[in-house]
Design a protein. Structure first.
Length: 347
């Protein structure tokens, strides 16, 4: 057997490539074990807080609380329905409404079949079917960030059922986004699967403090968000959903923008004036000029994560939209919050 000093250059190069391959494989295997362990631990510590409904071959997890007119909450990318609970917004709105907050496909505890392109339209159709199964015939819809595209698609598909819209920190018009190519990589077949089970969650956890800071800037990150587990949001299943939605965001807005003027239900558009994730002037202000029955509220000194930062303003805006829609809004309860059925997990 040749020692290193007597190997031909080609053999030496082959050994180096083999050793590099073995080291890479060992590193990926170690990353996989860390991701699998942390994901399992996060799920044990944060089990489903709501119920499940099976519709169109998809198992959707949702949190339901309160009584009154139905109000649907749709979260943005990176988070899940439980973000509305952690922020306190869900409980605040449940003082007046029957609140139904969905984990959109692939987020939280909802699955995301791979044979469907989960565009805003596809998600809207799924949610309409789910709400019908839950006995909700008409409803107000609140969407945050990416969820605003789904809210708008729901209103376009079935305007007779969507009574009014509250759109928070939304992305409404296609345009260049430098973050999309990198964010969408875990959605690439094969390569993306390898990434989301190994390096993507680890890199996501490494930069999580900076990510959270950007989401809330210029505000500080509140304890309501710090208490959430980053690993729940960085599990491989959710990483795939986040990457897919990064890839679908620009084309999703491009498909919808030509139809905004069709909507006739009352809508309020709300954004933080200092949002550093989505520019409120080129999106929220522009949309308000297009939606026929819309009002715009820009909140000074606030960033992207309004559900954590502006609960009272949001509650007031929902009440105002409901009144414009002719809905009899019951008086808010003082303290106690009614529950529409049980919210314990139904596994």
């Amino acid at each position: 057997m040749q020692d290193l000093d007597t190997q031909t250059p080609a053999a030496a190069r082959g050994n180096r490539w083999r050793n590099a391959g073995l080291l890479s494989a060992a590193t990926l295997a170690a990353a996989y074990l860390v991701v699998r362990t942390q994901s399992a631990r996060a799920e044990r510590q944060h089990p489903p807080s709501g119920r499940f409904v099976d519709v169109d071959g998809v198992r959707l997890h949702y949190i339901e609380q309160g009584e009154g007119p139905a109000l649907v909450l749709l979260h943005g990318n990176m988070v899940m329905a439980d973000d509305f609970r952690c922020s306190g917004l869900l409980e605040r709105l449940a003082q007046t409404y029957r609140v139904i907050a969905f984990d959109r496909p692939g987020f939280g505890y909802s699955n995301r079949p791979r044979d469907v392109s989960w565009t805003p339209d596809a998600q809207a159709q799924l949610l309409h079917h789910a709400l019908r199964k839950l006995g909700a015939g008409e409803y107000l819809v609140l969407g945050h960030s990416w969820g605003t595209l789904v809210a708008l698609a729901m209103a376009m598909q079935q305007p007779e059922r969507v009574q009014g819209l509250l759109l928070l920190s939304g992305y409404y018009y296609p345009g260049p986004r430098l973050d999309v190519p990198v964010a969408a990589m875990p959605a690439i077949p094969l390569l993306g699967d390898l990434m989301r089970y190994t390096v993507s969650p680890l890199l996501g956890r490494l930069v999580w403090p900076l990510t959270a800071k950007a989401m809330f800037s210029p505000d500080t990150v509140p304890e309501s968000f710090r208490s959430e587990s980053p690993w729940m949001l960085l599990r491989p299943s959710q990483v795939r959903a986040m990457a897919s939605e990064a890839a679908l965001m620009i084309p999703g807005a491009a498909v919808l923008e030509g139809r905004y003027g069709e909507l006739r239900m009352p809508a309020t558009i709300m954004a933080g004036e200092d949002d550093r994730v989505i520019d409120p002037h080129s999106h929220s202000e522009r949309l308000q000029k297009t939606l026929p029955d819309s009002e715009l509220t820009l909140l000074p000194d606030m960033g992207h994560m309004l559900p954590h930062l502006a609960q009272e303003a949001i509650a007031d805006a929902i009440d105002e939209v409901a009144q414009r829609a002719g809905i009899n809004v019951p008086a808010r309860l003082n303290g106690a919050v009614p529950h529409h059925g049980e919210t314990a997990p139904a596994l």
